[in-house]
Design a protein around this ligand. Sequence first.
Ligand code: C2E
Ligand code: MG
Ligand code: MG
Ligand code: MG
Length: 290
Amino acid sequence: AAKSAGRATFAFYEASLNSAAVERLHLESALRHALERGEIEVYFQPKVDASGRACSVEALSRWVGSEFGAVSPATFIPIAEEVGLIEPITEFVLRTACSQAAQWHRAGFGPLAVAVNLSPRLFRSGAFVAQVALALADYGLPAECLELEITEGTLMDKGVDALEQLQGLKALGVRLAVDDFGTGYSSLAYLARFPLDILKIDKAFVSRATEGTREAILSRAVVTLGRDLGMRVVAEGVETEAQRELFASAGCHEFQGYLFARPLSASSADAWLAANTAAVPAAAPIAQSM
Ligand code: C2E
Ligand code: MG
Ligand code: MG
Ligand code: MG
């Protein structure tokens, strides 16, 4: 009986493995056409300073396909990385973000920065620094208004000389952020070795940091560490006023999370920024008279 049960389990396992593999193949081939079909969109999630004013906006990609509907970037970005689509997707996100930020500057929402997420793979070809320089030039965005968010995966990738490329990016004047700090294998050595300007504390860590917990103690220490290294420190995934207060009292510079705003479409971000930046838009809409 045990033997046949084992076989049945195995057959079931194999069948579910196959359907997962088939699903994955379908996703992959749909993703190959997503860009040309205009199914990839860029959303923008604000980061605010201690006074609640927007200081930067993170570009987050969204895929809404005809077959699969909305697919999370947590699902499609790793596929894009594996099958060589991350380069064109990042190029699209980068150029959309630069164009949008330049538009916001012209509208008077300056000095607002825009942040783009990078995958480790992008550093393999050695062409990325030139692509960034070109995007900045094409849209006339000052380099200091572009932030590039990298995870430790980028810093760890043995196959590439991340340091050389990060130095190339720094030479352009862009700012480098280490994303998702505090989870995974975050190493203090990275903070010493690489020219990083911004430290983003991961939301998984932020959500556990309530007053009186060990995470709260570690959070204060991480904020102090970042500040002492001369970095700007950002808490990501802030959902409650208590979390905002804890990180603010620790000396955190910027906050991002649903408490302030979700990732927004470009037009919703426009409206949000109009309400949350100090500057008055230079080109005010023509008032309806009479
Ligand atoms: P990330 O860069 O760490 O971005 C933060 C994620 O947390 C985003 O998820 C954001 O929507 C979510 N988030 C923000 N505030 C809150 C909050 O208060 N509560 C909760 N529960 N979540 C919050 P999203 O947009 O689904 O993106 C997931 C990840 O996918 C990103 O994590 C990033 O690693 C990756 N990703 C997204 N777009 C791109 C892209 O264009 N290129 C690359 N390479 N990766 C991307
Ligand atoms: Mg990010
Ligand atoms: Mg993050
Ligand atoms: Mg994260």
